[in-house]
Design a protein around this ligand. Structure first.
Ligand SMILES: [Zn+2]
Ligand SMILES: [Zn+2]
Length: 158
């Protein structure tokens, strides 16, 4: 997994580049649920020295004695979890430009998993034919999934 990964927040105020990602996983713990605004947090691990912020910096929230979480102060996208003092940092898989590259290999805190988690893949599908082109027709303001300086509303960043 030595390839270079790029990603960033939804609004584009924060962009990053990372290398040497390992251990893609999901965490079901209650703190990750809250931090992600979801029912689990998909993340991978990179050495701190292999993470470069190429635009902006995350705002930080000290979520516990041992943890600090980074997010975009403009749009709220969860970006990082850092075990304070560690030489690695966790990045949210959803913030990657290509999240499909990082298939989780384990689940943390499975005891806090939603009781219906294993049923999700079998739910009836709505809008499953939506192509990336169809989504683009909604004229999203979010940053595209590649490094660029120009995108709709890019001038509105603080
Ligand atoms: Zn943002
Ligand atoms: Zn967690």
């Amino acid at each position: 997994m030595g390839e270079t990964l790029t990603g960033g927040c939804q609004c584009g105020a924060i962009r990053y580049r990372a290398r040497n990602a390992t251990d893609p996983a999901i965490c079901h713990c209650r703190m990750c649920q809250k931090a992600a605004g979801s029912v689990f947090w998909p993340f991978l691990k990179v050495p701190l020295s292999d993470l470069e912020w190429t635009r902006g910096r995350p705002a930080l929230y000290r979520s516990s004695e041992v943890g600090e979480r980074g997010f975009c102060a403009d749009c709220g996208t969860p970006l990082t979890f850092w075990h304070v003092g560690a030489e690695t940092i966790d990045l949210s898989i959803g913030s990657l430009d290509d999240p499909a590259l990082m298939e989780p290999i384990r689940q943390h805190w499975a005891g806090a998993r939603m009781p219906w988690f294993t049923k999700l893949a079998g739910l009836p599908e709505v809008g499953s034919s939506a192509s990336p082109e169809e989504i683009l027709r909604r004229r999203p303001f979010q940053h595209p999934d590649h490094d660029t300086g120009e995108w709709p509303n890019s001038g509105n960043l603080r």
